[in-house]
Design a protein around this ligand. Sequence first.
Ligand code: SF4
Length: 339
Amino acid sequence: MSATQLDLFALPKITPDFSSYDTILVAFSGGKDSICCVLHLLEMNINPAKVELHHHLVDGREGSDLFDWPCTEDYCRKFAEALELKIYFSWLQGGLEREMCRENQSKAPTHFETPEGIRSIGGQGQPGTRRKFPAKTADLSRRWCSAYAKIDVLSAAIANQPRFTHCRTLVVTGERAEESSARAKYPSLERHRCDRRDSPKLKRHIDHWRPVHHWRRSQVWQTIRQWGIVPHPAYFLGFGRLSCMRCIFGSPNQWSSNFAIAPGQTGRMHEYEQDFGHTLDNRWSIPEMAARGKPYAAIALHPVELKQALSHKYTNAILIEPKKWRLPAGAYGEDTGPT
Ligand code: SF4
């Protein structure tokens, strides 16, 4: 059965007892599904003081600009400000580019913001060589970008902060069953990988909840519209998902769009194909992929959003009157991205 044929109503819908948690931690990408996780929590009248958003910077903070949308960090910051929520940023030093190019070096340290300032761990492992793109597969051991830039970074931030021991934390993420058959198999509530509730020393109780697992895309956009949340500029340019700007799963149209709006960084991705001696895709190089598609027509129609998307400062509104809200061109566009 494909993900789109799923009977979403048949999926179990579990709502945890929010009052039993000390902290509700939302893995916040800035995309529509993580926005809905936050809105859903607020609609359920949880105490906003318990909520904190965590965003992982896939390019790090050391100057790489290879993978992500320039405005994503500031969009996430402004979203948190608009909803009066705390936000913490975390990253693998040097981001995906440093890890991809690693040659006889240790894996870089991970840095994460905490209420007391930035903390760092790791960076002293055995030297090794990567010099490879992440593989386009659901297997996270070979699609190392998701693990190294996101999943492991959040785990490091949780496991290395004593404030998450001897208490109960709810981690919230926005995977939806409709996105892929792999995601359809995720449970809506389970123990988080950092849970150590049975350790007498740590007593780190962490549950992992996926509140929008059974939601359709239309329900996601309807909720965002009702709240009057302005989506990330990438959606207005025609992108259907807010993944990395140059996600390894990019479609021909997305590569073509990337060449049109950011030829420098997109060309550098292709230079890595030549340097590594293998292409990101099994069949085509990045320019060949781009040649098979076309830039999204919405790009030419949205100069303001294009400027915002390529800026490190997000200056548009986050909250507007719902009656002025516009559905972005990418809302029901290509759904390519991590599976
Ligand atoms: S969005 Fe794409 S490129 Fe970025 S970490 Fe996820 S799978 Fe990798």
